[in-house]
Design a protein around this ligand. Sequence first.
Ligand code: BGP
Length: 464
Amino acid sequence: MNGFTFPEEFLWGASTSAFQVEGGAAEGGKGPATTDRGPGRPGISDNRVASDFYHHWREDIELMAELGIDVYRMGFSWSRIMPDATGEPNPEGLAFYDAVIDRLLEKDIEPLVTLYHFECPQVLVDAFGGWKSRRMIDAYLRYAEVCFRHFKGRVKRWVTVNEQLIATAAPDNTGDDERDPRRRQKNTYQMSYHVALAEHRAIALLRSIDPDASIGPVCAMQVVYPRSSSSGDILAAMNAEEMLQNYLLDLSVRGTVSPYVSFYLKREGFAPAVEPGDAEVLASSRPDFLGVNYYFSSCARERVEPIRFDRFPPWSGGDFELCDNPCASSTEWMANGIDPLGLRIGMRRLYDRYQLPMIVTENGMALSEELSSDGKVDDPYRIDYLAQHIAEVGELVREGYPVLGYCVWSLMDLCSSHQGFAKRYGLVFVDRTDTDVKECRRVRKSSFFWYQQVIENRGLPDRS
Ligand code: BGP
């Protein structure tokens, strides 16, 4: 696919999320959030400073402009905009995002804003349990309303929720302290149900406030292959895709779930509590697009042992068993194996099921990296990974699938969910370690200059 020229309107972008880059945890009137992690929480990264975007945003936007991106997929921090439970916005929080958004627009970069990226205001968890309670739906809508009104005309594309699968299953994100594995699992399904209700109401709200803007969810795209051609393994792979992806997207897009999902949830005692009128809310709106996050594919085989709900991640239990894929090549941080063609397979399946335009909101390669003795970072492995995946996006476009754009994860090194700065994805190196934040100096990696060329040429260099 080298040599293919992407259409003029194709959006080239780069991604981050608020809690992973911003820092400034105790500044600007921000309230506490579940994702605020100080030292001393084993296995979880300290993100109080993160990439210090809070203080480096001017320089970072200069870098984005130099890179030539059309779109910056970013997040708002709910707890920076609404620090307490009063539902009143924090003027300093809004002013921070005003400055960022206005500067992006001056530079001709479109902000694609995620409202909810794993970060749950701690006050709402303390007050009523966060997403476990229906009260969270109103709190989310109030936050969404503040954002839609305040940024009307400036933010033209919104994301409701990033990766519901992880947003509602990881206790680090939800703040759920339930220890009993079955009850925790039940909570997870109840939370996703509430998230889906909140998403549909937010879509309807945006239509009434700013009909010119568009909105959609971002999924953690699942491409699950059967371990063998046995029918048991094939059914297991189907079940895995149903439970890890389609269940959530069906709620977000169609407002219903498949008969199999409904059966499974009842069988296991996980069916969420439903109230009169919910079905109407779920059926009342449809997103404008789907955001697709993709890093690697997975593999499943027929389950032989009974399901265990005490394993992490909680959703890995079901009528399937996740296993290694002998055909995929793995690296230290990409344990499931790198599979560029999986991106095309998964997006074709998504289109067949939902018929919505799609945008790749996250795709990238993690490594442990350091500055070389001459102060550079040469990352040919990342260039290779990105080139192979962009080639598959090009194939989808050639085949006629509506792919709006592609965003690299991540613009700059940021605080990985569990591995902090030991695991880096950025096109720009951030000079800090997990134990020494230094000055977070920015250094362009070779992938930065490579991606700049891809954007300029609207495609991959022709290597033939
Ligand atoms: C996605 C999240 C991102 C980011 C990415 C990489 O699931 O949307 O926020 O964290 O995965 O994952 P990790 O940080 O665990 O390496």
